[in-house]
Write a protein that binds this ligand. Structure first.
Ligand code: FAD
Length: 565
């Protein structure tokens, strides 16, 4: 139904917009769609990205209601939670990807393997860059009635020097590069010309960042070195290899329940994976890492660690496209993500025309406000006036647990609040009054306003938006075309987005940790099978499920393939 008349053979394209670029037309075949039919007036829905958020929309959307175009520089959906397993050959790369065209065709949509570079918000034109057959970059405009930004995020460099000496783990190509580098180091370590010192350096693997990705990668690497090294590289002794995790906070997995962080740390200590907490990387050089560490007296000392491989996995930052969009809108002041209202509409964009979901966005939602709300309802339940209520520590913990269920990323701040409460409590006979607690909340207020950058959140937001788009189409067919002002239709047809945290899980090397709504547990083989089953069930297609099952069976029977790709 649609074609982009920007190729040489196409009709002379219509040009326009501020940059006078060709404008791609969403053409409707006249034979199929008479002038006045509903089909002819379907709104143009453009989805950016082929990740968790966009795929959830595509799977929820009613295919008849929109002209859907998906724009993404990659033509696959990547199942990121299992990406660390692909870096050491536990799983094969192809088992983690699903061709996006299959998913797009379900929504009777159109896919463009291209990159969005800018948006003209007032004219509803998306600027797209695509590389032509001659290898030149061409730009054109794609008009939209509704645009959904689901472009994810990039790695956060934190202003550290020398990141060109690091590996990252965001995409399938990153996993391939890591796998090859690990193999290359093992091969070089076996060379008769390699000195003992150089050998130890080559076999020193450093992970910068103790979040779930860093921890799962360290665990996978450790498993591979323990299970397959002896057979394939008998010349390398296990005690010549070292794995280090550098973490800026006091604990690894610090957004999980404290007991789970400690379990993971104990597990790593047992497996001789060194965890360096309260440590910050200052610079990464070709052969070593410089980092500062706080000692027991609280003094900062600078240390260095020779390394042959470094993974940089220290959180996410905005993509260039999102920065460019934020620069155009005065009210977009958040440096980390695009801010939306609770209906996921981009703040500051023409109402109801642009939405942002997943890692590239943050919903303006103040956790401190939620704490106050929960405290007030607790007071009313007890028939007390909240402003005069005294709160005991157990009551505070109860409220904090309820808030943590909805905002798991606030766990760290809630822990800090616990400590503040305890300090305060010493002089207050076991209670705080509402005003005092509010004072404490203000100290953490601004830091806990966002939602976690997880597949779980992107998926929920995508499903929510898909359902809302269906409702919008039913409520007012054809409303979004021909410049009809559709104002606050979102709020009229559907509720605001609410995040439901279903839990967090992480693989930590032949064991796994789970944090499900305040219920946390950890364990060995059974937990690993549970971990696998959760992801197996969430995998996007029968095809990927079959491939995953084959990979796990192959590894159990023959071990990992210890070779470069
Ligand atoms: P993404 O899934 O990142 O998709 C973004 C899409 O946008 C991509 O297709 C990209 O190519 C495309 N894109 C980028 N720029 C442009 C552009 N300019 N124009 C058009 N398209 C563009 N989360 C969990 O909940 N559980 C886990 O266990 C977990 N493990 C993870 C492990 C790893 C190694 C990684 C990297 C992430 C993990 N995450 C996990 C986080 C999860 O993957 C992200 O939160 C999730 O992918 C976010 O979804 P998204 O749709 O916002 O973006």
């Amino acid at each position: 139904y649609t074609d982009i008349p920007v190729s040489e053979n196409a009709l002379e394209p219509r040009r326009g917009g501020p940059k006078n670029l060709p404008i791609a037309e969403v053409l409707v075949d006249d034979d199929d769609c008479p002038e006045n039919s509903k089909q002819k007036h379907k709104p143009k829905l453009v989805l950016l990205g082929s990740g968790w958020g966009s795929v959830a929309i595509l799977k929820t959307l009613n295919p008849e209601d929109y002209h859907v175009t998906v724009v993404s520089p990659v033509n696959y959906f990547l199942f990121t939670p299992m990406l660390p397993s692909a870096t050491v050959g536990t799983l094969e790369l192809r088992s983690l990807v699903e061709p996006i065209r299959r998913i797009v065709s379900r929504a009777k949509g159109h896919f463009l393997k291209a990159e969005a570079v800018d948006v003209e918000l007032s004219e509803k034109l998306l600027e797209v860059a695509q590389t032509n057959a001659q290898g030149e970059e061409c730009h054109f405009y794609l008009p939209y009635d509704k645009l959904v930004l689901g472009v994810g995020a990039t790695t956060n460099p934190h202003g550290v020097k020398g990141l060109e000496n690091c590996h990252f783990l965001k995409d399938i190509e990153d996993a391939r590069l890591i796998r090859n580098k690990v193999m290359q180091n093992l091969e070089q370590a076996c060379m008769p010309t390699t000195s003992d010192e150089e050998r130890r350096r080559l076999l020193s693997f450093v992970v910068s960042g103790g979040g779930p990705t860093g921890v799962e990668f360290a665990a996978e690497l450790f498993d591979m070195l323990n299970e397959d090294l002896g057979r394939s590289f008998p010349k390398i002794l296990r005690n010549e290899i070292s794995v280090h995790v550098i973490q800026s906070r006091g604990h690894i997995l610090n957004t999980y329940d404290e007991a789970l962080s400690k379990f993971a740390e104990a597990r790593f200590a047992h497996d001789q994976v060194e965890v360096l907490t309260n440590s910050r990387v200052k610079e990464v050089q070709k052969d070593k890492i410089l980092f500062s560490q706080k000692d027991e007296k609280g003094e900062t000392v600078t240390k260095e660690l020779p390394m042959g491989f470094c993974l940089w996995s220290t959180g996410v930052a905005q993509t260039e496209l999102c920065k460019r969009i934020a620069d155009k809108i005065d009210v977009q002041t958040n440096k980390h993500a695009l801010e939306t209202d609770t209906h996921l509409r981009l703040n500051g964009a023409p109402l109801g025309s642009v939405y942002a979901i997943g890692d590239c966005s943050t919903v303006q939602n103040n956790v401190a406000d939620h704490l106050v709300h929960f405290l007030r309802s607790m007071a009313w339940e007890k028939g007390k006036d909240p402003e005069k209520m005294e709160i005991t520590f157990p009551e505070w913990r109860d409220v904090a647990q309820r808030v943590k269920k909805r905002f798991p990323q606030a766990a760290d701040h809630l822990r800090r609040l616990d400590k503040l409460f305890e300090q305060y409590d010493k002089d207050q006979n076991g209670t705080l009054d509402f005003g005092e607690l509010h004072e404490l909340l203000l100290q953490i207020d601004s830091k806990i306003t966002s939602l976690p950058a997880t597949a779980q959140r992107a998926h929920q937001q995508g499903q929510y938006l898909g359902r809302k788009l269906n409702k919008l189409a039913q409520a007012a067919p054809g409303m979004m075309v021909n410049e009809v002002d559709y104002g606050d239709l979102d709020e009229a047809v559907y509720k605001a987005f609410e995040y439901h945290h279903l839990g967090s899980l992480a693989y930590i090397g032949n064991s796994a940790v789970f944090d499900f709504n305040g219920l946390s547990f950890s364990g060995g083989l059974m937990a690993v099978y549970l971990w696998r089953s959760v992801y197996f069930a969430q995998s996007v297609s029968l095809r990927t499920r079959m491939l995953l099952a084959m990979d796990w069976s192959k590894r159990a029977l023959f071990g990992r393939d210890m070779m470069n790709y």
